[in-house]
Design a protein around this ligand. Structure first.
Ligand SMILES: *Cc1c(COP(=O)(O)O)cnc(C)c1O
Length: 392
């Protein structure tokens, strides 16, 4: 189905931070398959783990015991707030599991009427019927009605507005710790801490969607660590498989108390091949100094961008985000989608457009200083040669 407005870049090979097209064109990949290829392209550890596991055992049903799944789940538990994990094949499925877990929690506790999740303007949680019901963005919802009942929407980062929606049907809050698709907007500490506090006071569940912002992207394992809080349930995907389709729903034992045998499932979810990919990525991410490297590359990128902006102040407005989840907001006369296309087609630079006229910069987490320097140079060239297309 022609649902993707695909561009002319047609990659056939990747190597580290670079992509190569059909005719040998070379691109600096600061999009990473939208925050997925956290180890870059062709990372030897990930390639080897997948090849080895594919030859050993690729898939068995979840009817059987899973030594691979137990081991990887335990490592996620050891490296997060969570006590328990459900593996999925995508981000949307991880959010679906989070929604089901929250509803089942209140059902199991004798409060089935507490089924409504409060979500936020500009949110992106995936493209299933459930996850498009969890956003109020018309471009994702139009024509797919009737959508799932049980969602209400408040402005992002507006704690008072969110709390005003709480009533006796509320199950909890579903929120991206840092909005990605919506424009690389970080939840403020005050906002996230306020939601946590309301959950503690009213027996509600805090569900964080860290599909994009989690897994080391901000220089910490999880974005919630910056706010000094923990969620009850969290959806994870994108970077977790480094390019292998993998996601996970993490939860505390208490929040997941309704998810008993038979309540949920997935044919592929957590199969041995996926687990091997996940473990290989986690091995790298949890190496001593890796997250510090991400944080320091993020700071270097940010300060370089901040220096660049005054030189191109008709195009660039400001820098936002955390770590290597960075965005540049453009001036009103410039158009993020157009600028991304110009940088791509004329300067070999891959970035991603986001909401609020923001250019998203999501490099592999393994970039080095030389890549940051190359990026900034190409971005500067792109800004110098960019001419906004005047609407015909
Ligand atoms: C990408 C994304 C999703 C959806 O993930 P899919 O793997 O495309 O289903 C959900 N939530 C957030 C925050 C995302 O960035």
């Amino acid at each position: 189905m022609p649902v993707y407005p695909r561009c002319g870049v047609r990659p056939v090979r990747g190597e580290g931070v670079y992509l190569f097209g059909e005719h040998g064109e070379k691109y600096l990949d600061f999009a990473s398959g939208i925050a997925v290829n956290c180890l870059g392209h062709g990372h030897p550890k990930l390639v080897e783990a997948i090849a080895k596991q594919a030859a050993t055992l690729m898939h068995v049903s979840n009817l059987y015991g899973s030594p691979q799944g137990e081991q990887f789940a335990q490592r996620l538990v050891d490296n997060s707030f969570a006590d328990t994990v459900f593996f999925t094949n995508s981000g949307a499925e991880a959010v679906e599991c989070a929604i089901k877990t929250a509803r089942r929690h209140h059902f199991a506790n004798g409060n089935p009427q507490r089924h409504t999740l409060i979500t936020f303007n500009n949110a992106f949680h995936g493209r299933t019927i459930g996850t498009i019901s969890a956003t109020n963005q018309p471009k994702m919802r139009d024509g797919f009605e009737p959508l799932l009942p049980g969602f209400r929407y408040a402005p992002f980062n507006d704690l008072a507005a969110a709390l005003a929606l709480v009533d006796d049907t509320t199950a909890g809050f579903l929120v991206e710790t840092i909005q990605g698709e919506g424009g690389v907007t970080a939840g403020t500490d005050e906002f996230l801490q306020g939601l946590r506090k309301a959950c503690d006071e009213h027996g509600l569940l805090l569900i964080l969607d860290e599909v994009q912002c989690g897994y080391g992207r901000t220089g910490k394992m999880w974005a919630y660590e910056h706010a000094g809080i923990t969620p009850d349930i969290m959806s994870v995907a994108k970077g977790i498989g480094g390019g292998f389709p993998l996601g996970a729903c993490l939860a505390t034992e208490e929040a997941a108390n309704g998810m008993i045998a038979g309540t949920h499932g997935s044919t592929y979810g957590g199969n041995p091949l996926a687990m091997a990919a996940g473990e290989a990525v986690l091995d790298v991410i949890t190496k001593d100094g890796f997250l510090d490297h991400v944080a320091s590359m993020g700071e270097r990128l940010r300060s370089a961008l901040e220096q660049l902006i005054p030189n191109h102040d008709t195009v660039f407005d400001s820098v936002r985000g955390r770590g290597l989840m960075t965005g540049i907001k453009l001036k009103d006369d410039a158009v993020a989608r157009e600028f991304v296309a110009h940088a791509r087609d004329n300067h070999g630079l891959l970035t991603v457009a986001a909401g609020e006229n923001v250019v998203r910069i999501l490099p592999p987490l393994v970039i080095e200083e030389s890549h940051v320097a190359e990026f900034v140079e190409r971005l500067s060239d792109a800004a110098r040669t960019y001419v906004p297309v005047i609407a015909e």
